[in-house]
Design a protein around this ligand. Sequence first.
Ligand SMILES: [Fe+2]
Length: 254
Amino acid sequence: MLNLFYNSITEVLMTDDDILIKLKKLRDIVKLNLQDDNFRLNCVESVIDTLDDWTNPEKDWNSPAIFYHEKLKYSVRIIFWPAFIDNNPHEHKTWSVTGVLHNQLDINTYEMLENPKRLKKLRTISAKTGEVGYLAPGCIHNVCNTSHELSASLHIFNNISSIDKPEENAIWYPSPRKHNLINGSAERALLSCLSIASLIRNQKSLGLIERIYSHLPLSLKLNAVSSMYLFDPSYARHRFDQWEGLLYDNYSPF
Ligand SMILES: [Fe+2]
């Protein structure tokens, strides 16, 4: 599915090039792939696969890596951003590459001032779907979705420790705004994937929307039914009738 993409990342990382050259090559690979509708649908499919595979009852699904290269210790991850949300400023201990998979994102960079110790914003880079950048170690930054729509980003992260301990790969700084981005992360991912599949509208899209429908909670299934109408109104009607039956079963007063 995304094997060619992963192979091209591996190939670049196996070269003897300077890290900056490698990062520029990885940026170009991500940029080229993000222009391809099939690539973006394959990303959606990989995210839904992780939802299918999620069996940990103690931990909520939180955008796990869609790929991890054990030997080179890099992971590929897709993260979904609610509207008007930014994460805490942080600094990866190693390199990363980030592209916008859906909608738009701002990346703010900061410098740490001494006496008193505080962060000062240096610049804001606004990026829309298809735009890609890389971060060398030591760059303090945060990600912000300033729009009223969900956004999605695709990342190649270098993992310096275990894939299961992502917190060890970055230093996080406090922020007065506290958001728990884990809450509702699966629903947010599904609704973002739904937007991507609805916008692309090729043969694969309807199958993905069907899988999204099955994962969505009852209250959100209608979003998927609306998207189905774009592809096949009679199929959408069938799903709507089914949804109405589920609604009746769940909310009937007697
Ligand atoms: Fe980051």
